[in-house]
Design a protein around this ligand. Structure first.
Ligand code: PHE
Length: 369
C-alpha cells in the first residue's frame, strides 16, 4: 500500500540498493521480487537452505503448516535457491513472512522481510583489489569458525567487507550518520560465517538483521558453482518502528486514517515522527467555498488549526473546480476532528466548524457555497 510506513521503508531500501550497486552502464544490478507466493514447500523453506531435519525452526508449533510438506514461508530466504537457479546473481525478495507467536506491542505472527543475495565470480571479487588476479577464491581446506572448507580466507574477507559496507551504508542512510551499531557473530544453517547487526535504540541494543557468506552447497545445488555469495535478511517492521517512532507492531495493520495520513508524503526520504492517534472516533465535516484570486490552501490549514487546535486531526483538499461562466474557483476541504481523551459531540464540532467558516470568510476573503 502506497504511503504505508512499510512501503516507505521498502522503497528506501530498494533505492539504496539500486544506487549502490550498478553495472558499467549505470543500471541497477539488483532486481526486486515482491510478489512471490507466500505458500511454499518445506523443500523451499528448509531443505533448500540446508536446515537440518531436526532443527527447531521446523516445529509445527512455530510455523503455519498447511500440510506436512507445505507451509506459509517463515522467511524470505525460502526463495533464494529458486532465484539463483533461474540465473540471477543479484536480487531482493521482499514480502510477508509468518511465524506463530504471541501478540503484543513487539510481536505479531505476520511481519515483513527484505532478503538480498549477491553472487560474484572470483574475477569480479578480486578485480576490486590491486594484483587481485593472482588470488584464488576456492580451495580444499577444513571448515573453521572463519570460513567454509571450500573458500579461501582472502575471498571470505573480501565478501565480508563488501557485505558489511553495504549494510552499514544502508543503516546510515535509514537512521542517519550517527547511528550506533555493532556486529555480533551468529549462526544460520545457510550461511557461514554469519553475523547479526544490532543498533542502539532507546537505551537498548536491537537486532535488525541476519547475514552471512552463503553456504557453497546451496550455490552448487543451484548451478552457481563458480560463484561466491553473500545474503542478508532484514525485518521491515523493526526498521520502521525505529525510524518513525512507531511504538506498537499492531499499528502496521491499522486502517485508521489518523495513522495512515501521517505517512502520506511525496518524497520517501522525508523524516516522520509518528504521533499517537486518539482511540476515540473521528468526526468529519466538509467545507466548500469560492476563493479569491490570491489564495493558498496553506493559509486555510493554518487557520483551521488556529481555531480548532488539538481537535483538528487532519485537513485535506477533497475537490476543486473552476466555474467557466462565472470565472470562479471553488475548493472543498474535509476537516477531521478528533479529541485525544474523549468522544466529541457533533454539536461541539459544529460550533468549531462554524467558527472556521466565519474566520475563513473574514480573513481569507472566501465565499461559502
Ligand atoms: N532468514 C534469516 C531469518 O529470518 C535471516 C538471514 C537471511 C540470515 C539471509 C542470513 C542470510 O532470521
Amino acid at each position: 500500500m502506497k504511503n504505508h510506513p512499510l512501503y516507505l521503508v521498502k522503497q528506501r531500501i530498494i533505492r539504496y540498493m539500486y544506487g549502490n550497486f550498478i553495472n558499467r552502464h549505470g543500471n541497477p544490478l539488483f532486481s526486486v521480487y515482491d510478489d512471490l507466493p507466500v505458500i511454499v514447500t518445506t523443500g523451499q523453506n528448509f531443505d533448500s537452505l540446508l536446515v537440518p531435519r531436526n532443527h527447531p525452526s521446523r516445529k509445527k508449533s512455530d510455523s503455519y503448516y498447511i500440510n506436512s510438506d507445505v507451509l506459509l514461508r517463515t522467511h524470505t530466504s525460502a526463495h533464494q535457491k529458486e532465484l539463483i537457479k533461474s540465473g540471477l546473481d543479484h536480487f531482493l525478495v521482499i514480502g510477508d513472512v509468518y511465524r506463530r507467536d504471541e501478540i503484543d506491542a513487539k510481536h505479531y505472527p505476520v511481519f515483513h522481510q527484505c532478503e538480498a543475495v549477491r553472487l560474484l565470480s572470483p574475477h569480479e571479487l578480486f578485480s576490486k583489489i590491486p594484483s587481485g588476479d593472482d588470488l584464488m577464491a576456492f580451495e580444499k581446506d577444513v571448515r573453521n569458525p572463519e570460513k567454509q572448507a571450500c573458500h579461501t580466507l582472502d575471498a571470505v574477507k573480501l565478501m565480508e567487507k563488501d557485505l558489511k559496507d553495504c549494510l552499514i551504508g544502508l543503516v546510515k542512510r535509514l537512521f542517519g550518520r550517527n547511528i550506533e551499531y555493532k556486529w555480533t557473530e551468529s549462526y544460520f544453517p545457510f550461511t557461514h560465517p554469519s553475523w547479526e547487526l544490532e543498533i542502539f535504540h532507546e537505551g537498548d541494543w536491537m537486532e535488525i538483521l541476519g547475514c552471512g557468506i552463503m553456504e557453497q552447497d546451496i550455490l552448487n545445488g543451484a548451478g552457481a558453482n563458480e560463484k561466491i555469495g553473500w545474503a542478508f535478511g532484514i525485518g521491515l517492521e523493526r526498521l520502521a518502528m525505529t525510524m518513525y517512532g512507531i511504538p506498537d507492531v499492531r499499528l502496521f495493520w491499522s486502517q485508521d486514517s489518523g495513522f495512515l495520513s501521517q505517512f502520506k508524503i511525496n518524497d520517501i526520504e522525508t523524516p516522520i515522527q509518528y504521533k499517537e492517534v486518539s482511540k476515540y472516533p473521528q468526526c468529519a465535516n466538509d467545507i466548500s467555498f469560492w476563493v479569491p484570486k490570491e489564495y493558498h490552501s496553506n493559509d486555510f490549514f493554518d487557520l483551521t488549526r488556529g481555531i480548532g487546535g488539538e481537535i483538528i486531526e487532519q485537513v485535506h483538499k477533497t475537490d476543486e473546480f473552476y466555474h467557466p461562466k462565472h470565472k470562479k474557483q471553488s475548493y472543498t476541504y474535509r476537516i477531521i476532528y478528533r479529541h485525544m481523551e474523549r468522544t466529541l459531540s457533533q454539536k461541539e464540532v459544529n460550533e468549531v466548524h462554524k467558527k472556521i467558516e466565519e474566520a475563513a470568510v473574514k480573513n481569507l476573503n472566501v465565499t461559502i457555497r
